[in-house]
Design a protein around this ligand. Structure first.
Ligand code: SF4
Length: 367
């Protein structure tokens, strides 16, 4: 279920089957970072087993025209949000900067902390950035009419179903499946998941880095952002942040001769503690990451059951292993992201990026 208890699960499996059977549609799929280390559990595999290659193979057998990854757009989010943070930090404006890629958290903020909406990053979530790019840049590059592109997102939670229905984002993502719904489709097709040979994501929107993969666990967005921010401002790599799995974590680092204090909250009760400090003017933080689910997306409501802290830790370790074994671990080094800016977007926070990749939030009633 959704951590905010405000969003009920509506299955979109039938919609996706219908799109896959519709020859007039070019159906592309993106899978969120965390799914790589959780989907295997639905097929009896140990929690944390990395199944990226089997997942790509299964998605092709289901009939998707292109198999891409949300990780690509997580790198894009870092390019936009990292630069947004640099701008705010230099100008001492709208600090602390607060992440906004978790729709459960964003909705909680709109209801309970509307006075802090200006502190939220305006960067769309990786899911919504991917969908916007699939119907603009990808459509242009492949000469496919954007109205014929049907974009499916496999996500760790039902809150992402709410996100795609937000007025500002409507039309970008056509359907959201949870990890469990994807597993259901694979089983319905009779695909023997565990025996599939590994395949790769498709080119263009399938390129990604280790920084993107760790978005799926608590602290991952912060670490990914700071890898890029530190290199951009100081020209040197970020050292180890030493993040763990606690409900609230903090770290400090020197960037451009100044101390940057960061905090990471997973679970909304923990977020509220940090936000009450911000509201009271007592917060020392410049950057705050919030994920609504305990332990981040590896603990999302659409992930395999049963779950426990130990299972979520194994899932997180799976993602960290992908990051550490990756050749490219920084979002700004993703070659397809560089090409996207060179060929199409121009520069982070530029006019084209702003139009396609940023959004706004609204105060909502408490009831
Ligand atoms: Fe969804 Fe991740 Fe937010 Fe949980 S933490 S509500 S899984 S985006």
């Amino acid at each position: 279920v959704c951590p905010t208890a405000a969003i009920t699960e509506i299955s979109e499996v039938d919609k996706v089957w219908a799109a896959l059977e519709d020859d007039s549609k070019h159906v592309v799929v993106q899978t969120a970072p965390s799914i790589q280390s959780t989907l295997g559990e639905e097929f009896g595999m140990e929690a944390g087993t990395v199944v990226t290659g089997k997942m790509a193979a299964a998605l092709r057998r289901l009939g998707f025209d292109k198999v891409f990854t949300t990780d690509f757009a997580a790198d894009l989010t870092i390019m936009e949000e990292g630069n947004e943070f640099i701008q705010r930090f230099k100008g001492n404006k709208n600090l602390p900067h607060i992440t906004s890629c978790c729709p459960g958290w964003v909705k909680f903020c709109e209801h309970n902390y509307p006075d802090l909406i200006d502190n939220l990053s305006s960067a769309k979530s990786p899911m919504s950035m991917f969908s916007a790019i699939s119907k603009s840049y990808y459509a242009e590059q492949t000469d496919i009419d954007a109205k014929d592109i049907y974009t499916v997102a496999v996500m760790p939670c039902t809150a992402k179903k709410f996100e795609k229905e937000r007025e500002e984002l409507l039309g970008d993502t056509d359907a959201v499946l949870t990890t469990r719904e994807l597993a259901r489709m694979i089983k319905e097709m009779g695909i023997k998941f565990t025996t599939l040979a590994d395949e790769k994501y498709d080119e263009m929107l399938g390129s990604h880095t280790g920084a993107a993969t760790i978005f799926g666990t608590t602290g991952g967005v912060t670490e990914a952002a700071l890898r890029t921010v530190k290199e951009e401002l100081d020209g040197e790599p970020l050292g180890r942040l030493g993040l763990g799995f606690e409900g609230i974590q903090e770290a400090s680092l020197e960037v451009a001769g100044q101390t940057v204090n960061v905090a990471i909250a997973n679970g909304l009760a923990n977020a509220a503690k940090l936000l009450d400090e911000v509201r009271a003017g007592n917060s020392k933080y410049h950057f705050i990451e919030v994920m609504a689910c305990p332990n981040g997306c590896v603990g999302g409501g659409g992930q395999p059951l049963p779950t426990s802290k130990e299972i979520k830790q194994k899932r997180a370790l799976g993602l960290r292993n992908i990051d550490e074994s990756g050749i490219i671990r920084k979002s700004h080094e993703n070659p397809m992201i560089k090409k996207l800016y060179d060929d199409y977007l121009g520069e982070p926070l530029g006019g084209h990026s702003h139009h396609l990749l940023h959004t706004k939030y609204q105060k909502r009633d408490k009831n």
